[in-house]
Design a protein around this ligand. Structure first.
Ligand code: AHM
Ligand code: MG
Length: 322
């Protein structure tokens, strides 16, 4: 079943279905560009600029950002957008009547672009709180994750897949290169309760708090009844790819506060919130180590937070006090 038909079956209104058409269109352009990387096209490498967070922008980061902005602006359904690659929130004057605002990381896993490893687009969709036709306000963008209307990601990998939720389960669609349509392949995916995979950048081990050090050791020590190890370590360095594998196999992904990133590295609005929404809709959990990610009231557009997400049993073992 095609994505737009499935969305409508799930009760999405026409405006939301159209908004998703914009995501489909932009993701197909990005996918096509990603697939040509290395073919002599000048796609790899740094753009020579930095985003507001002081991170070097890659050419594909900027290309993907432009594609999605163009698609959302043209859809008429989106009044404004906040992007990892934009200093400030954008307002689309031509679609001020749009009912939605979008938060987006247009190309996540930038460090993996040049080495042909999976990368992704992550997005969160909210209904605006300001009145239709009026100028957007800060509160439109600083909504708690719990208020997401929909969230998802596109995983540009062996195949291109979109994973999304409109609050009614988490579903997976594969881009059929022949028809150019996303086809439903898994409805209502459930993350295994106790997973197999522990995903964390262990170079930061010395920076972990005592509880996380304990949990990291626990993952190494825990054995099944037959004496074999319970867990295995897998860390790609693209949140989309690490999350996607853990969603299917069961697992936990952690990016804690570190010396280099004292508030964690990942951004609440367009990385942690959408992933937590997808996890919850698949029976998993997301936390900053203190509270449910979806309950955090954001104070800044590019706010960072420590991030734990994954299978419920592993999350409970990692964070026994919450
Ligand atoms: P990005 O949005 O600049 O690509 O950064 C986010 C990425 C995540 O996809 C990934 O999980 C993490 O950064 C990897 O960071 P590190 O290399 O510090 O482990
Ligand atoms: Mg990112």
């Amino acid at each position: 079943m095609e994505l737009n038909k499935h969305l409508a079956d799930q009760g999405a209104n026409e405006a939301l279905v159209e908004l998703f058409s914009a995501i489909e269109d932009a993701s197909k352009i990005v996918q096509s560009e990603v697939s040509r990387a290395g073919l002599g096209a000048d796609i790899y490498g740094a753009k020579g600029s930095e985003n507001i967070q002081g991170e070097e922008q890659q050419k594909l980061d900027v290309y993907a950002d432009e594609c999605f902005i163009h698609a959302f602006r043209g859809s008429g359904q989106v009044a404004g957008l906040a992007s990892e690659e934009q200093d400030n929130a954008l307002q689309f004057d031509e679609s001020l009547k749009g009912e939605y605002v979008v938060m987006i990381d247009p190309l996540d896993g930038s460090s993996n672009i040049d080495v042909n490893v999976a990368i992704g687009t992550i997005f969160a969709i909210y209904r605006r709180v300001s009145k239709s036709g009026e100028t957007l306000i800060e509160a439109d963008f600083l909504q708690a994750g719990r208020d997401q209307v929909a969230a998802g990601y596109v995983n540009y990998s062996v195949s291109t897949q979109m994973v999304l939720s409109t609050g009614n389960g988490t579903h997976i669609y594969t881009l059929d290169p022949e028809s150019g349509t996303y086809q439903l392949i898994s409805e209502n995916v459930k993350i295994p309760a106790d997973g197999k995979v522990y995903s964390i950048n262990e170079v930061n081990l010395d920076d972990f708090d005592d509880n996380l050090k304990r949990y990291a050791q626990h993952c190494k020590d825990k054995r099944k009844e037959d004496g074999k190890r319970m867990y295995t370590g897998r860390y790609i360095g693209s949140l989309v790819a690490d999350f996607h594998r853990n969603l299917l196999k069961g697992g936990i992904y952690v990016y804690p506060a570190t010396v280099d990133s004292p508030n964690g590295k990942l951004r609440l609005l367009y990385e942690c919130n959408p992933m937590s929404f997808l996890a919850e809709n698949a029976g998993g959990k997301g936390s900053d180590g203190v509270q449910n990610i979806l309950d955090i009231k954001p104070t800044e557009l590019h706010q960072r937070c420590p991030f734990y997400v994954g299978s419920p049993v592993m999350m409970d073992e990692a964070l026994p006090s919450i």
